[in-house]
Structure formats: C-alpha cells, structure tokens
Design a protein around this ligand. Structure first.
Ligand code: TYM
Length: 348
C-alpha cells in the first residue's frame, strides 16, 4: 500500500540548542516544508528520561520547550502550514509507546549505543525511561505513520529500530490488518533523511567528539542563542592543525578539526565541501576562519535575534503549541483507534 508522504521529527528541550542541531536537523526541517506535510515536535517526554539535574527541573523544561519552539519558527518553520507542538500535549505518543513496548524485544534495545553512552558506567541507576527512549521515539514517528524523518547521523540506529518495530507489528498482526482493510502493512517503513555535509557536526575543541548540548565547555559549541561576538570568538579559538587547508576532499582525511570546519562552512553556504576547498584550499587557516566566522554570524545572528523576540512572547508560543497539538491529536487518535482495532482492544 502506498502511504501518504509525511515528515516527522523531534528535538529535545534540554537547553543549549547548537549548530549541530541546526545544521543536522532544523535546516532540513525548513527545506522539507516545500514538498511534504511536516510535523515538528518538541519532545519533552524524552527530556525527562535523564536525571532532573540534567534537564534542569520544571521551570527550565518550560523555558526550553518554548525556546526550541521559538528556534523552529525563527529558522523558518511555518506553524500555520505545518504542525509544531510539544509531545506531552498529545497523550497518544505515550499510549502507542506502550503497545510498542510489547512489540519491541529486549535484545533490540540492548543493542542501542546511545543508551550505553548516556547511561554511562552505572547502568543500574539509569531510568527505565532512558532505556525505553527509542520505543517512545518510534511511537512519535508512527503515531503519524510518517514516511520520512530528517535527523542527524546520531539517530540512525534509533530509526532502524523504528523500522524493526513497524515491520514486526505489520507481521505479527498481518491477518487483522488485512481484515480491517489496511492492506499488507499498517505502518510504513520510515526512511531516515540523513544527508549533506553536516550530519555529524563535531566539537570545536575536539574534532573526534560530537558537538553536544551537554559538553561542559561552552567553547565546544556554537549555541543558537550566541551573539555575533561569541560566535566569532568561538570560531577563532576553534582547534585546528598546523597544515594549510587542502585543495581536495581527500586531503581532509585524518584531519578531523579541518574536516569539521569545512563541513560547517559547506552546510552554511549550501555548497559541497569540494567547492569550499576550491575556494580556500592552500590558504591559511586564519583566512578561512575569518570567512567562516562572517558566514556564521550572517546566518545565525538573525535567528538568535528572532528567537529572543519570540521567547519573550510566551502567549504566542503557547498558542502555537496548543494549536499544533490539537491538529496533531486528530491524526494520532486516528492511528491509535486503528491500532486498538487491529489488536482487539475494545473501544468506545
Ligand atoms: P536531539 O534533541 O538530541 O537532537 C535534535 C536533532 O539534532 C541532531 N543533532 C546533530 N546533528 C548533527 N551534528 C550534531 N552534533 C548533532 N547533535 C544533534 C539530532 O540527530 C537530531 O536530529 N532522539 C532525538 C529526538 C527525537 C526524535 C523523535 C527525532 C525524539 N523523537 C522522532 C526524530 C523522530 C534526539 O535526541 O534529538
């Protein structure tokens, strides 16, 4: 059966939205609006899977949820044409996650590398929510039977799990799915969209580590809320090696910091890395860094300013989230009702 083409993606409201989130995800969200119906979600239920001191408590969660929403809108997502909302306002995500808990296998979850990284050494002390995180993520996507999910490279394994869950549900209940008139498959096998030069933006202090919200060093990342001076300073201080930039992409091998900065430039300029090297290859790093700082400030400062303006208008942000949630709920309820019928859960 052909599924209606639909895009879904989510961002956690855990503070410090950074250039990696922007280039790896949000820029793609904006571009996909042209061709698809899109649903963009602030995944607050995922944020609370880590200890409270990490997500910051109730006030921080509210603030960060509104800030991510503001970042979406400031970056160019249109909440009137598409759907923007926070996850906890649509109860079907958690409800479908329960069903998927009964579909997903322990062995599958035991292989999730992000759980191992986030849980650290003391795995016994991790929350069950952290372990179950990828199942809730599958529910987010499949509550809308989304066909395409734009994400950074680090989410690839979670999207494979989403496909495994969809496939097992489709197989386990194939007879009931057919009997209900849904054809061969109820859930689509969602395609990840992981493309371009910035699917994995690395730390500015260490080219072998991912740029992350939780890195203790603020100099490791460019935050979407950074002002022009902070952006320029962080790029000037970014770690590099002593060699000049190579003329060709092959020359970036084993030079993680150079590779990262060229990737960032390419993504911001919307050019391939090869084109960036053609322009800057053979030149000094300092010249390239100045150009990169200028480009970053030109692209990011207007977003920071608009985010600031929007976050002050809480009533507007909350109305976007409420309106989006109401529209999302209609779609998710339709899926959930069908799932209940397929499973044999008696409903009103
Ligand atoms: P989160 O909030 O950690 O990150 C949001 C998005 O940013 C991408 N990203 C990066 N891309 C490139 N370079 C980086 N250094 C970098 N860091 C983060 C992430 O890949 C992501 O696309 N599990 C998700 C949230 C989620 C979700 C979903 C996503 C919940 N449900 C359903 C898609 C569909 C996450 O932790 O995102």
């Amino acid at each position: 059966m052909a599924f209606k083409q639909r895009v879904f993606s989510g961002v956690q409201p855990t503070g410090n939205l950074h250039l990696g989130n922007y280039l790896g995800a949000i820029v793609k969200f904006v571009a996909l609006q042209e061709h698809y119906d899109c649903i963009y979600c602030v995944v607050d239920l995922h944020a609370i899977t880590v200890p409270i001191d990490v997500w910051g408590g109730p006030e921080e969660l509210r603030r960060n949820t509104r800030e991510v929403t503001a970042a979406f809108i400031a970056s160019g997502i249109d909440p009137n044409k598409h759907i923007v909302f926070n996850q906890s306002q649509v109860a079907h995500h958690a409800e479908l996650a329960w069903v998927f808990n009964c579909v997903a296998r322990l062995g599958w979850l035991n292989r999730m590398t992000q759980f191992k990284e986030k849980a650290g050494k003391d795995r016994e002390a991790a929350s069950i929510g952290l372990y179950d995180y990828p199942v809730l993520m599958a529910a987010d996507i499949l509550a809308y039977r989304a066909t395409h999910v734009p994400v950074g490279e680090d989410q690839k394994q979670h999207l494979e799990l989403t496909r495994d869950i969809a496939q097992k549900f489709n197989n386990d209940f194939s007879e009931s799915i057919r009997a209900r008139g849904f054809g061969e498959a109820f859930f689509p096998l969602t395609e990840p969209i992981i493309q371009g030069p910035a699917t994995r933006v690395m730390s500015l202090r260490d080219g072998t580590k991912k740029m992350s919200k939780s890195d203790a060093s603020d100099n490791s990342r460019i935050n979407l809320t950074d002002d022009a001076d902070a952006i320029a300073q962080k790029i000037r201080r970014a770690k590099t090696d002593p060699e000049p930039l190579p003329g060709e992409e092959a020359g970036l091998e084993h030079r993680p910091e150079a590779d990262n900065l060229v990737g960032i430039y390419a993504a911001l300029a919307d050019k391939p890395k090869a084109a960036v090297l053609q322009e800057f290859g053979g030149g000094q790093f300092s010249t390239f860094k100045t150009a990169l700082a200028d480009l970053s400030v030109a692209r990011l400062s207007p977003i920071a300013a608009e985010m600031k303006r929007l976050t002050q208008d809480t009533a507007y942000i909350d109305s976007v989230l409420a309106g989006g949630a109401a529209r999302a709920e209609v779609l998710a309820a339709e899926t959930m009702n069908a799932v209940k019928d397929i499973l044999g859960l008696v409903r009103r």
